[in-house]
Design a protein around this ligand. Structure first.
Ligand code: FES
Length: 117
């Protein structure tokens, strides 16, 4: 049976629903980036580029161990960073996307801008 999970994204107070059988990246893309030409924040989707790196603040993921050290170093891993394309949620999660790469922040800024002009 497929288990539903919730992914809470800090600091935006946005929640995404997903399935335990899909990666964190797939859950995020399905909600925000898979439709309507939304900007994407992923690259290789194979653990090679690090574009989907984010910090796991709460919860548990099953992190596939096949990925490049240039994408995610052991030090980053021990600090709680994960690659969303290599992580399957084992529980509800709270994540933070690094600010420099944060597509959700860009998306929210774009929506606000469209409201202004
Ligand atoms: S998309 Fe390249 S490491 Fe996840």
């Amino acid at each position: 049976m497929n288990k539903s999970i919730l992914i809470h994204i800090e600091p935006h107070e946005v929640e995404v629903s997903g399935q335990a059988s899909e990666t964190v990246l797939q859950a995020l893309m399905g909600q925000f980036y898979g439709r309507g030409g939304r900007p994407a924040f992923y690259g290789c989707r194979r653990g090679g580029c690090g574009a989907c790196k984010m910090k796991l603040l709460a919860g548990y993921v099953d992190h596939n161990e096949t990925y490049s050290q240039t994408a995610l170093s052991n030090e980053e891993r021990s600090e709680g960073y994960i690659l969303a394309c290599k992580s399957y949620p084992g529980s509800d999660l709270t994540i933070r996307i690094p600010e420099r790469d944060d597509p959700l922040a860009r998306y929210l800024r774009t929506d606000r801008m469209q409201g202004i002009f």
